[in-house]
Design a protein around this ligand. Structure first.
Ligand SMILES: [Zn+2]
Length: 439
């Protein structure tokens, strides 16, 4: 996110740069002035300086141009210390120039689709930001241009659906009328002669972007991005959604070629849903709601069935578990089960069912009895009893030494512990020690 009103945004803007003087010169010859190593992560990169510079280095929230220099793909372009650096992978560059290439003249090609796409989004953003102000009195403070969609951050804490629709309609009315886009340079000292939407805090020369001519001016703004010569390529501006950031509304929008792409992407999704749910577009929300309701019902019925099964299995386990005396005057059953394929909730549910069968010590885990001891998998377990928390039966006293001896983790209350082991062998060692101690 870059705030287009911050000073410094305009330092990238050399008014003689090709992307301002002739923004649609996308193929040109340039002299290589310097080639030097550009340290950084990833493949070895070189930084080239070219004359003239025709690759926009990014600014005003707009990403940099990409393309090729002498056939080598550009990995990025940026301004650094007043110079425009063009980054290429060293291997790509050496495939063209095995020897240092400074002084050579090279053919440069700007990726025209990328340039045109971002110029569309940027020009559309000026119109939408202006209409947010004029139609619903909402101020735009920053903009970000992404590969899929762009965002405008506003000062508003809330914007209603109706207000968004009004701003969007106003922006589309500007497009329907068609406007020229006039870009020119002025001295910062003369800025008050222009009806700028927001006055930037800059000195020196300032790049002004004006949408529309006298009588039909939709916006005047200081901006160092690259824009379209007119609005004819934009077609429509669509606000596709909003979100909150730092308590303020940020809205997403698309315009130009992205509108058609988005329409086809949505059509494709709708087509797949239509086929899977066997219904017409208009019935899709109802069909999806029905499906969700059915799924919730099925989950509830499955839970009930599992509960009945657990009660039956717990009773069966109790009937074949041996009784012992965990404390003077207490008789209880030692119940151990291997519940392979069960999750934590199921381990808990089965433990509760076992404890309902009478006085018992229960030890369950989420592995099968036949799991090979050396299998690479963690094991979760629960140990619990229901015969009081006297000193002789306090799990907080009794289990930690057994866990430490087997390399397991766990914690809980005097009557219930749960935890995990790094593998089956360690758990089986722990289970054997627990059985010895509690049965
Ligand atoms: Zn702009």
């Amino acid at each position: 996110m870059r705030d287009t009103t911050k000073s410094g945004e305009f330092t990238a803007a050399d008014e003689n740069a090709l992307w301002y003087r002739q923004p649609w010169t996308l193929e040109f010859d340039a002299a290589v002035r310097e080639v030097r190593a550009a340290p950084g992560a990833g493949p070895r990169r070189l930084a080239l300086t070219l004359d003239p510079c025709g690759f926009f280095p990014g600014g005003g929230g707009q990403p940099c141009d990409l393309g090729t220099v002498a056939g080598a793909p550009l990995a990025g372009v940026r301004e650094e210390g007043g110079r425009i650096l063009h980054f290429v992978d060293e291997a790509d560059w050496k495939a063209v120039f095995p020897e240092p290439a400074a002084g050579q003249t090279v053919r440069c090609r700007v990726d025209s689709l990328r340039r045109s796409d971002f110029a569309q989004q940027h020009t559309g953003e000026h119109i939408l930001a202006a209409c947010l102000k004029t139609a619903i009195n909402v101020e735009a403070v920053s903009v970000h241009f992404g590969e899929q969609y762009s965002t405008i951050e506003t000062l508003a804490r809330e914007i209603s659906e109706d207000e968004l629709a009004r701003a969007e309609a106003a922006a589309n009315a500007v497009l329907a009328g068609g406007r020229k886009v006039i870009c020119h340079w002025i001295d910062a000292a003369d800025m008050d002669r222009y009806p700028l939407r927001r006055a930037p805090d800059v000195r020196g020369r300032v790049h002004i972007v004006q949408i529309g001519e006298a009588g039909g001016v939709a916006d005047v703004c200081a901006c160092c991005g690259v824009h379209l010569p007119d609005t004819s390529a934009l077609g429509h501006i669509i606000i596709t959604g909003t979100e909150k950031i730092r308590g303020r509304v940020r809205l997403r929008f698309i315009t130009g070629g992205r509108v058609i792409k988005a329409f086809h992407a949505m059509s494709s999704v709708l087509g797949r849903l239509r086929t899977s749910l066997s219904c017409a577009d208009g019935d899709l929300p109802r069909a999806a709601e029905d499906l969700l309701a059915e799924s919730r019902n099925a989950k509830r019925r499955l839970g009930e069935a599992r509960g009945r099964l657990f009660r039956y299995e717990a009773a069966e386990l109790a009937s074949r578990s041996q009784e012992y005396s965990p404390a003077p005057g207490v008789r209880a059953r030692f119940m151990q089960a291997f519940l392979g394929g069960c999750g934590g909730q199921e381990l808990s549910g089965f433990t509760a069912c076992c404890l309902q069968t009478g006085p018992a010590f229960v030890l369950v885990c989420d592995m099968d009895e036949k799991t090979p001891p050396d299998k690479q998998r963690g094991v979760s377990w629960i140990a619990a009893h229901n015969f009081g928390n006297g000193k002789e039966t306090d799990l907080k006293v009794l289990l930690p030494p057994l866990l430490a001896a087997s390399g397991g983790k766990g914690g809980g209350t005097p009557e219930r512990f749960q935890g995990s082991f790094p593998g089956p062998a360690a758990y089986l060692e722990f289970a054997a020690a627990v059985r010895k101690r509690f049965s």
